[in-house]
Design a protein around this ligand. Structure first.
Ligand SMILES: Nc1ncnc2c1ncn2[C@@H]1O[C@H](COP(=O)(O)OP(=O)(O)OP(=O)(O)O)[C@@H](O)[C@H]1O
Ligand SMILES: [Mg+2]
Length: 252
């Protein structure tokens, strides 16, 4: 796949929810957007602007009420590339300990137990989780740890497309930066495409090749971020971009 290959194409997509108490809720209105191979797309916007809805639609977990979502690479006879979704809640199985959560996708693909355990240890380290959480159950972890364990589980099968919904919220600033760097390293290593939902516009700017801004309007805007990696949040060019993005986000 070349970097310009379109993986997911939103064509004039709307999603309306009919709710008993709030009536009709337009979560997304007429969104057209292409997600391309090997890119990190940061999706930002205020609470309720439709970020999770967009991700769920992209992952096929929900269907649009108007418009269509096309996966141009995959026809009826072409298998989709492996992809993984991490929900805002962190989708772990509560009855399996963390190690057995992380190894499950590998075991399902017949990776030998010993190798799967070894990879789980590496993934825990990459997500800055102490090794001793391996035997803990999800409810015994903090919210931030749980989400990182869910990211580790998602990474276990080296998905080509990774969809993350606020994966690092509830994580302190320094660890968050290191995890962000980890995401970049993984992309370098495996050439993954990543859809990263975040309410933190600075995080989107640090990591994203492009940023998609959703607003409660509802509306959408796509901005290319051509700053080279690694990005320095203290650099003048970065600060300028951040101010510009903040302005775009609040002025709509
Ligand atoms: N299943 C649903 N039924 C009814 N309304 C829904 C449903 N899912 C989302 N909505 C509504 O759609 C709008 C967008 O919700 P969404 O979860 O996509 O927002 P978000 O940008 O992810 O917000 P947050 O930053 O708080 O996670 C909201 O008004 C929400 O209440
Ligand atoms: Mg959300």
């Amino acid at each position: 796949m070349t970097p310009d290959t379109v993986l997911i194409s939103f064509r004039d997509v709307s999603r309306r929810f009919s709710t008993p108490r709030r009536g009709e809720v337009d979560a997304l209105c007429h969104v057209s957007l292409d997600c391309r191979a090997g890119r990190i797309t940061g999706i930002v916007g205020p609470s309720g602007s439709g970020k999770t809805t967009l991700l769920r639609l992209a992952a096929g977990l929900d269907q649009p009420t108007a418009g269509e979502i096309v996966y141009p690479q995959w026809g009826p006879s072409v298998a989709p590339p492996p992809w993984a979704v991490v929900t805002q809640e962190g989708n772990l199985l509560p009855w399996r300990n963390i190690r057995r959560n992380i190894t499950l996708p590998m075991r399902l693909r017949n990776v030998p137990r010993r190798e799967a355990n070894r990879r789980a240890e590496t993934l825990l380290r990459q997500m800055h989780l102490p090794n001793d959480v391996a035997l803990s159950y999800p409810h015994e972890l903090s919210g931030g740890m749980r989400r990182r364990a869910a990211v580790a589980t998602a990474l276990a099968c080296r998905p080509q497309l990774l969809m993350l919904d606020e994966p690092f919220s509830g994580v302190d600033e320094a660890t968050r930066r290191r995890l962000g760097q980890q995401v970049l390293d993984l992309r370098m290593q495996y050439g993954q495409s990543i859809l990263l939902v975040t309410h933190d516009i600075e995080e989107a700017l640090l990591l994203g090749d492009e940023v998609v801004i959703l607003t409660a309007a509802p509306g959408i805007e796509r901005v290319d971020i051509e700053l080279p990696h690694p990005r320095d949040p203290l650099a003048k060019a970065f600060e300028r971009r951040l101010i510009e993005l903040r302005h775009r986000l609040t002025s709509r």
